[in-house]
Each structure stands twice: as C-alpha cells, then as structure tokens.
Ligand binder design. Structure first.
Ligand SMILES: CC(=O)CC(=O)SCCNC(=O)CCNC(=O)[C@H](O)C(C)(C)COP(=O)(O)OP(=O)(O)OC[C@H]1O[C@@H](n2cnc3c(N)ncnc32)[C@H](O)[C@@H]1OP(=O)(O)O
Ligand SMILES: NC(=O)C1=CN([C@@H]2O[C@H](COP(=O)(O)OP(=O)(O)OC[C@H]3O[C@@H](n4cnc5c(N)ncnc54)[C@H](OP(=O)(O)O)[C@@H]3O)[C@@H](O)[C@H]2O)C=CC1
Length: 285
C-alpha cells in the first residue's frame, strides 16, 4: 500500500516534526492534539522551520505554502482519522494513555489503517493488544529533531504482519529517513544504549563529581558528541527520560536501569528541560 494520507496524534516536539516531514514528502497530513493551544504551537514550530529553509534558499515561498496547505489541524479524533492510511501516535510516554488512545483509534479508523506508535521505549506488543488489529500495529520511532535526524527504528510487535512492516519501511524512506529494524524489547536499541548514559551523567551531578557544564564538555570534547548528555536530556525532556528509564527498569527487572533520584526530583519540580524553560540549564523562551 502506498501511503498518501497520514494522521499524527500529538502536536508536541515529535508530532510536529513528523507532520512536517510527512507534508514535505507530499502526504496529506492531519494533526490532532487534545488542546487547541498545542496544535497552534505545533504548527507554529513547523512554520518557523520552513521559514528558515526559505531564508537559506533551500525552499521558495510557494513551496513553503504548499507544504503548510497539506497540514490540516483537527480538534476531533474521529474526524482526523476518517480517511487516513496510517496514524502515527506521538503523545506522552505512558502505557495507560497510549493503550486507551489505540483502543479509540481502532474503533474510529477504517479497517485498512495502520496504527504506528512513536514510543521511545514501550512494548509495541502490549500497545497492539489493546486493539482488534494487532497485525496492523507497529513501532515507528523517529529521533529528535525529526527534520534533521536520519534514523527511524521500525519495531514489529509479536503479531505485526510483513505487509505492514514493508509499508512502514517504504514510508520511512519516502520521508527521507533510514529505517532500521529492531525487535520489540524495552527501549529498543536507541534508548537501551543512550538513556543509561544520560542517567549515569545525572548520577555524576547527583554525586557531585562535576558540574553539568563540565560533564557536557567532557562528552562533547572527549567523545565528539554533538551535545553533552545533560543538554541532550533537557532537549529530549526530563519527563520522557524518566519514563524511558522506568520502562527499562521494569521491563528488564535489573537495578542497573534504576532512574537517578535527581532525575525524579527535577521532574516532580516541573523542571522538565528546555520545553519547561528549566532542567539542568535555564532557557529563555
Ligand atoms: C529520546 C528518544 O526516544 C530518541 C531520541 O530522539 S534521542 C535524541 C537524538 N538526537 C540527538 O542526539 C541530537 C544531538 N544533537 C545534534 O545532533 C545537534 O546538536 C543538532 C542537530 C540538534 C543541532 O545541531 P548544531 O550544529 O548544534 O546546531 P545548528 O547549526 O543550529 O543546527 C544544525 C542544523 O539542524 C537544524 N536544526 C537544529 N535544531 C532543529 C530543530 N529543533 N528542528 C529542526 N531543525 C533543527 C538547523 O536548522 C540546522 O540546519 P542546516 O544545517 O540545514 O542549516
Ligand atoms: N522527546 C524526544 O526526544 C523523543 C520522544 N519520543 C516519544 O514521542 C512521544 C511524544 O514525545 P514529545 O513530543 O517529546 O512530547 P511532548 O510533551 O512535546 O508532546 C506530547 C503531546 O501529546 C499531547 N497529548 C498527550 N496525551 C494526548 C492524547 N491522549 N491525545 C492527543 N494528544 C495528547 C500533549 O498534550 P498535553 O500536554 O495537553 O497532554 C502534547 O502536546 C513520546 O512517546 C516520546 O517518548 C520519541 C523520540 C524522541
């Protein structure tokens, strides 16, 4: 099946990026979020990214407007999915929220529709089990910032069909990404490897080994990482980092994945990183 119509659920940093790359690739994109304000903010972020491309001479004004014309905002979930070939879900990293949403999507979507999740770590098989179409449920894990990063991890649940896998693999390529197949284990590959490093960097702050700036400098200058782990944690969102560590901890039952108490404390304080204006660093809006 060739995907022409994509619905993105959640207009946060990931959902808006996914909507942008899908519209750039020529798909019709419906964007849905619980709150009108988040939809406006998400589309505003896309407009800003496209305006930067125009400034750099990579896109003309007419192309920018036609990309934006392909993005349609929806306040009703049922209406957003009426004619869609694939739904890509990018809401908060919480199993309860995701399974309830997938149950609703299963009821509202046409029977042909593929239901994909951009989850960072949660088991696809469990999300799929909340629907009556587990063969059409799959993980499609984009990286942040979506317009820049080339990788999409594609994760099959236990029941995902080969046809659905190949459709999603082709879609990822059409969006200019490189799909990599990964089995359904907590955190897949990306966050099984990345997040314990970030958590360890937070332990280093917690134990007073060094200041956040020094830890980031070590990893940037010593290991050539484009961002230090604490800057990256703020960029991802400390709430998302905590949810991922909890999924690894619970999923593997191994204490090496225990989330650092300082990470919990920051999330409880509402210091969730760049999106909140404060995490390991302070940001001006
Ligand atoms: C948590 C998960 O489940 C999985 C994850 O996503 S983990 C996170 C994965 N992502 C990373 O590790 C990102 C690490 N950081 C980086 O690669 C780089 O710092 C970065 C690409 C974000 C920024 O790069 P930089 O060189 O420091 O800054 P800058 O020069 O401003 O930007 C480079 C390009 O990215 C673009 N860019 C930067 N941030 C952007 C954003 N948020 N949205 C869109 N485009 C962006 C810029 O426009 C610029 O584009 P051009 O080169 O085409 O002009
Ligand atoms: N941040 C990252 O670097 C990455 C994140 N991911 C994954 O992507 C997903 C989204 O993360 P991210 O974009 O960072 O999060 P954000 O907090 O930026 O955005 C989530 C959006 O989803 C909305 N939302 C929450 N619940 C629902 C719902 N039931 N229906 C519709 N919209 C809802 C939120 O609105 P409200 O605030 O009103 O609840 C918010 O606008 C998570 O699963 C995360 O793990 C994957 C790769 C990288």
């Amino acid at each position: 099946m060739k995907i022409q119509h994509v619905t993105v659920i959640g207009a946060g940093q990931m959902g808006s990026g996914i909507a942008q790359v899908a519209a750039e690739a020529g798909c019709q994109v419906n964007l849905y979020d619980l709150q009108e304000g988040f939809l406006e903010k998400g589309v505003g972020r896309i407009e800003k990214n496209l305006a930067r491309q125009v400034e750099k001479g990579r896109l003309d004004e007419k192309e920018k407007l036609s990309i934006l014309d392909r993005i349609h905002k929806f306040a009703s979930l049922e209406k957003a999915v009426e004619e869609t070939d694939i739904v890509i879900e990018a809401v908060v990293e919480n199993m309860g929220v995701k399974t309830e949403l997938f149950r609703q999507l299963d009821e509202a979507c046409p029977s042909r529709t593929i239901l994909a999740s951009n989850t960072s770590s949660l088991p696809i098989t469990e999300i799929a089990a909340s629907t009556n179409r587990p063969e059409k449920v799959i993980g499609m894990h984009f990286m942040n910032p979506v317009p820049v990063m080339k990788l999409v991890e594609v994760i099959r649940g236990l029941a995902t069909s080969d046809e659905v896998y190949h459709t999603v693999e082709s879609l990822a390529k059409e969006l200019g990404k490189t799909p990599v197949e990964v089995k359904d284990f907590p955190g897949f590959i990306s966050n099984r490897v990345l997040m314990p490093m970030i958590n360890e960097a937070i332990y280093a702050v917690y134990e007073g080994v060094a200041e956040p700036e020094a830890i980031d400098q070590v990893m940037k200058l010593g290991m050539n990482h484009p961002m230090g782990p604490l800057t990256l944690a703020d960029f991802i969102g400390l709430d998302t980092c905590l949810y991922i560590m909890e999924t690894l901890h619970e999923g593997f039952g191994d204490s090496k994945y225990r989330p650092c108490p300082l990470l919990r404390k920051y999330v409880k304080a509402g210091w969730t990183g760049r999106k909140a204006g404060r995490g390991f660093y302070i940001y001006e809006s």
